[in-house]
Write a protein of this length. Structure first.
Length: 135
């Protein structure tokens, strides 16, 4: 039985989201988020900090909305699951990495404001155009 590890992180995008499309036309967006942790050392009373860089991937409508809405430096909240992906390089080397597969991504309103627009999508057999209206 597979174990799903659910995660929620808050951090800042380290680069602009990168959207691509599969051969079947399905949108996928990759992004990277820096998650900072800050604490005060009990002995020295000095503030210490640690930064983790996490790769995130999202699919379909979420992928398109993220690519249209977020830019490098945006503070985001991401919920999803951890998945390990493996591949073989051109040199025959096996590589793997753990990334977050996002179920939901939102702009953090802790240090910013935003305008939200609902996207109305047509049925899959239509021309795939979308229009947005304010919520």
């Amino acid at each position: 039985m597979a174990t799903i590890t659910a995660v929620t992180v808050a951090g800042n995008l380290t680069r602009d989201p990168e959207i691509r499309y599969t051969r079947e036309g399905q949108a996928t967006t990759s992004l990277s988020v820096a998650v900072n942790r800050r604490w005060q050392n009990k002995e020295t009373k000095e503030w210490e900090e640690s930064v983790s860089f996490l790769d995130v991937v999202c699919w379909r409508d979420l992928a398109e909305n993220v690519a249209l809405s977020l830019t490098k430096g945006s503070r985001v909240l991401i919920s999803g699951r951890l998945e390990q992906r493996s591949w073989e390089t051109d040199d025959g080397e096996r590589r793997s990495k753990v990334e977050i597969v996002a179920d939901d991504i939102g702009a953090s309103l802790r240090f910013a404001t935003t305008d939200v627009h609902r996207v109305h999508r047509q049925a899959a057999d239509d021309d795939q155009s979308a229009e947005s209206t304010p919520v």
